[in-house]
Design a protein around this ligand. Structure first.
Ligand SMILES: [Zn+2]
Ligand SMILES: [Zn+2]
Length: 84
């Protein structure tokens, strides 16, 4: 099963993420700021880069961002526990 959590992909995202000051991260493309780096990372993934998608290792479904893959994966966990 192919997964897109590649070092190259992370390096590409990192090029868009800058520090505004000690506690703020900023998107270098549009200036969006957040105190949490993951917010900028997922913002860049959904707005500024053409993502090949993140493949779910359970069903192969492609999610556009890491955040939506995480949401999708949560559904599998729920289904598994409901089937028992
Ligand atoms: Zn941006
Ligand atoms: Zn899945």
């Amino acid at each position: 099963m192919h997964s897109y959590f590649l070092p190259e992909w992370n390096a590409l995202i990192e090029m868009f993420v800058g520090r505004a000051d000690n506690s703020m991260f900023t998107c270098l493309e549009c200036g969006k700021m957040s105190t949490h780096k993951i917010n900028i990372v997922s913002h860049v993934e959904s707005h500024h880069v053409e993502s090949p998608g993140f493949a779910c290792d359970v069903c192969g479904n492609i999610s556009k961002t890491r955040a939506s893959l995480r949401m999708h994966r949560r559904r599998h966990k729920k289904m598994l526990s409901e089937n028992r």
